[in-house]
Ligand binder design. Structure first.
Ligand SMILES: C[S@@+](CC[C@H](N)C(=O)[O-])C[C@H]1O[C@@H](n2cnc3c(N)ncnc32)[C@H](O)[C@@H]1O
Length: 245
C-alpha cells in the first residue's frame, strides 16, 4: 500500500466525474485510471469476499462464472482448485479491469480461465450451463441487478450454486432474518456511494431468497478506508438453484 496509489484511487472515487452515455462507458470512465491500483485498495474496502468464495462447493470439472469479476483477483482465493475445474469465465464490462485479469491469468498459467467482455444480465457461457455463479460487489454496480440474478438462475444447472458478497442497507421494515438499520445507515451509504454509481439496496437479500434455496446468509459491518467511526454493512449469501422458484 502506498499513499500515492491511495490518492490516485481516491481521486477517481471521489473527485473525477464519471462520464459516458452507456453503462459500459461509465464503468470504463470510472475504472480506466485506477485499474492498476484496484486490487490493493479494494482489499481494504470489499470485505467478506474470501469467506464467500471459500464457502463455495466446486465439483470436479465444474463451469464457474464470476459475474462482474473485474481483475480476477477473487480467483486467487480458490487457486488450488482451479486446475480441477473445466472452465472459469471472468465476465465484466470494463476492458481496463479485464486487461489486469488477462495478465493475471497468463502469469498464473491458468489455461482454463477466460475473460469475457460482456453484460452480466445477458451472459450465457459457451458451455450453455454453469455449476457456480458468483457476484462479488458487482450487483450494487449493475443497474438491472434483478436481471443479473435472474440470468444467473437461468444459466445455472439444476443443482448449481450461487455466491454473492456485497454492500447493502436494510429496508425500513426488513423481512425476517434481515437486520434492521437505523435512519443514518439507510440514508448515508446510498448517498455516499452514488457518486461511484454503487447502489446499496435493501432488496438483494429478499430477491436472492425468493429465487434460491438459502444455504448460508450472514450480515456484517466493515471499516471503510479514510472514513472514521462508522462502518458499512455488507452481506454474504450462498444458495442453490431451486426448480420450484
Ligand atoms: C466493485 S467492482 C467488483 C469487482 C470484483 N468482483 C471484486 O470483487 O473485486 C464491480 C464490478 O462489476 C462490473 N460490472 C458492473 N456492471 C456490470 C455488468 N452489467 N456486467 C458485467 N460487469 C459489470 C464492474 O465493471 C466492476 O468490475
Amino acid at each position: 500500500m502506498s499513499l500515492l496509489a491511495d490518492l490516485r484511487v481516491l481521486y477517481h472515487m471521489v473527485l473525477k466525474p464519471v462520464r459516458g452515455t452507456s453503462h459500459a462507458e461509465r464503468l470504463e470512465s470510472f475504472y480506466s485510471g485506477q485499474a492498476g491500483d484496484y486490487d490493493e485498495f479494494r482489499k481494504r474496502l470489499l470485505k467478506g469476499r474470501e469467506e464467500m468464495y471459500r464457502s463455495l462447493q466446486l465439483p470436479d470439472d465444474a463451469v464457474w462464472v464470476d459475474m462482474g469479476g473485474g481483475t480476477g483477483s477473487n480467483l486467487e482465493y480458490l487457486s488450488d482448485q482451479i486446475p480441477r475445474l473445466k472452465k472459469i469465465y471472468v465476465v465484466d464490462l470494463s476492458s481496463s479491469l479485464l486487461k489486469v485479469a488477462d495478465a493475471r491469468i497468463q502469469s498464473r498459467g491458468w489455461t482454463n480461465v477466460e475473460t469475457c467482455e460482456a453484460d452480466a444480465t445477458k451472459f450465457t457461457p459457451p458451455d450453455g450451463k454453469a455449476d457456480v455463479v458468483t457476484f462479488s460487489y458487482s450487483l450494487t454496480m449493475i443497474p438491472d441487478w434483478f436481471s443479473a440474478i435472474e440470468n444467473a438462475h437461468r444459466i445455472l444447472a439444476d443443482d448449481g450454486q450461487i455466491g454473492v458478497a456485497d454492500f447493502f442497507v436494510s429496508r425500513k421494515y426488513p423481512s425476517d432474518g434481515i437486520e434492521k438499520h437505523g435512519w443514518f445507515t439507510r440514508n448515508f451509504w446510498p448517498v455516499w456511494f452514488s457518486s461511484d454509481n454503487v447502489f446499496p439496496s435493501g432488496d438483494h437479500l429478499p430477491f436472492l431468497n425468493r429465487h434460491f434455496v438459502k444455504q448460508q446468509q450472514s450480515q456484517h459491518r466493515a471499516k471503510v478506508p479514510y472514513i472514521p467511526l462508522i462502518r458499512v454493512p455488507y452481506y454474504n449469501f450462498i444458495g442453490r438453484k431451486s426448480d420450484a422458484a
